[in-house]
Structure formats: C-alpha cells, structure tokens
Design a protein around this ligand. Sequence first.
Ligand code: URA
Length: 441
Amino acid sequence: MRAVDIIRAKRDGEVLSSEAIGAFIAGVLDGSWADYQTSALLMAIVLRGMTPGETAALTDAMLRTGRRVDLSGLAGVKVGKHSTGGVGDKVSVVLAPLVAACGVIMPKMSGRGLGHTGGTLDKLESIPGFRIGLSVDEFLAVLGSVGCALIGQTADIAPADKVLYGLRDVTATIESVPLISASIMSKKLAEGSSALVLDVKCGRGAFMKTLPEALTLARSLAAIGQAHGVPTEAVVTSMDAPLGRAVGNAVEIRECVETLAGQGPPDLLEVVEAVGVRVLRLAGRAADDAAALAQLRAAITSGAGRRKLRDMVAAQGGDVAVIDDPSRLPSAPFVRTLEAGDDGVVSAIDAELVGRAAVLLGAGRERKGDPVDHAAGIILRTRVGDTVRRGQPLLDLHGADETKMAAAREVATRAVRLGGEATVAPLVRAFVSPAGDVREP
Ligand code: URA
C-alpha cells in the first residue's frame, strides 16, 4: 500500500481499513514513510477524523509495535493515571506518591511537553540526577520497593507513538480525538496496569476546548480500555486557567513538594483528590468516596505521601536534598514581575497563553528535540476573581535572558485579563465510567 494512496483516501474523508492503518504505522517505524508523509496523514486525520473502529485499529497497531510490561509479579491492583495535557498540570507528581502511601501501586510512564502544555518528564528532570530512563526491570524494582515510579516511555513501549508524538508537537496535529486516544491508550495498555484513571482536561489551555469535546475524548478512551479488559474511568477537569500557581519545570516540582507538605494551592489539591478518590475506589482500597478522601488527606497530614516522593526520587537516582529543601532546585538568573496596568477584577488567566509564555521562556520546546530550561517558568501571583490595584504584581517571569523575557512578557500580558465578568467554572466537570456513562460531580 503506497503512502500517497492512504494519505489521499483520508484527505478525501474515506474510512481507512485496518490494513492501511497497519501499513501506516509499519512505515512510520521502519522509516519508509518520510516525516512529511506522516505529517500529511496526521493532518488529514485531524481534519477528517476517524471512526471508533479506525481509532481502535490505530491504537492496536501502535500497541503492537512494542512490548507490554508484565506487572503480574507485583501483588495488588496496579492503577495507571494519565492526563490529556494541561498548563501547570503537576497532578501525577503529587498523586503517584500519595496513592502509593495509601497502598496502591501506580506505574506511570509519562511524556514530555507537548505544544503549550508541560510534560511530567521535563519537570522531573529538574531534580538533579533523577533518571526517567529506567529499564523495565528497574521500573519493576522501584514499583516493588516504593509503590510508584514515574518514567519515560522505554524504547520498546509503543515506539510508534514516540515518533508520532514528536511530529505532532511541531505540526499542529495534536488536537484530535482519535490521535490523542491512540497515543494515550497505546502507552497505557502497554504499561500493564489493571485499571486506569484519566484526567481529561477541558478549556482554554486544554487540547479539548469544550465540555462536549472533552466528553467525546473521555468516552473514546474508556471504550478502548473496556475493549482491552482494562477498566478505564475519566475525570473531566477544567483547564481554563493554569492549575496551581507554578508553570514550568523546577517551579512545579517545588509546588508538588509544598502540596505534599499540606501547603499546596487549593485548585491543585482539588484535582489530586478527585482523581485520587477514583484511583482508590478502582483499586478496591475504599468502600466509598468519603473513605477514599479521608485516606488521601491522612497521607498528606502524616507526611507519608511526601516520604513516598522522597523514596521514589532516591530510587530513581535523584538528589533527595531538593525534596527536603526545594530552594535547592535550579533557579533562573532573572525574575521579572508583570504588574497590573489598572485597577480591576481578574476576569481570566488564559492557560494556553501562560503555557505559550512559559515555552518562550524556555520551559518547553519550539522544535522537536530542543532542550528545555529547567529553571524557566512562571509564578502566578493572582487568581481569577481577585481584585487588584494598578501596580500590583500579577505574575513573575523566571528566565535566562532578557530577549526571551521580553517575548514571554508580551504573551503573558495578554493572558491576564482585567475587567468584565469573572466566571470561574467548577474545576471538576464530570466523571465518565468504564461503560461511558457520564456523572456530574
Ligand atoms: N498525551 C499523550 O500521551 N498523547 C497525546 O496525544 C496527548 C496527550
């Protein structure tokens, strides 16, 4: 099957056969499809969509390109977690140690930044020495001793996704239900978890801008999990404004440590708890939601969650001194404060623009393979709904050079809107069951 015929078929809105989808993924992996052909098909999929059958075939083809981790040697239910991507989304770094402290094993292969959204791996690598590139045997050993491990996709896990993910990041082909579904589920099914909880982000800073789009994605993800016998739930959460106060890499790790010490921002804690309750329920560790919530809160107040993070960092080669004292994390040479130009109410903090400003500072990538600046980032000094006075600090930009700071400042200035109606959507928008049923919080 020629690449050009497959691209043309999707361009013209045809349904691709499993053979055509298999040929595409094989071509991506063996290099017989050039990047421009792969990118052309990705764009055709973004514009024309895929049926649930095509999405399932794409997921299977991507899953089959690699191995599946066998977690059966570890006792207990293993629950995976993934986010569809957001700004300031550091939930995994808080959640994995927290649920591990509650007795649930959380194996987690994370990603790098994608578009304007941050990546857990980039954040973790701001911890000096932290190794995200563990072998599967090392991954199993850390899971056995600590109960959670956060690593990058090993070379043999869904390798086709690695190639597609890198291309999608730089060709504006991320926002697509079938592509996101196949990308996430090929990795999550390979990870070997017995159940999954997915945080589907919705709003200005998310790939799915509206609740109906987010629900479509959530149902698509749940259906793929169900078809593979892995119960998959979704929590749809709002991503209009960044989550928490910190956006970047080291600045976000610092916020994670503070959250596990009971001093985290309320919005971050709310999402951690909503997802954590589903994890504990799916793992059968709590009889009802209230009991699950009580366990999660106790793991923060007792310090057990923070100790788990420390154990995981130590087991993955990281410097635990930065967990004990986060001021030792990398810090930027320049900090510039953006101040309010007027009196007024903060009516919006646009997560996508804040994410883009963070990328301009160096916290994310402009091109595939670019290095990231672990110290770069943004600290929000105000929240939606706050009344501010002219000259009051809105946010701090942390960066390595003044040119980057100037570009980021221009974008960040547009991100914070003063005046007008300050509407704050509820953070937790919906729960989607493995069968695809939607429940309001
Ligand atoms: N996260 C992924 O792993 N893949 C996507 O396509 C989007 C978010």
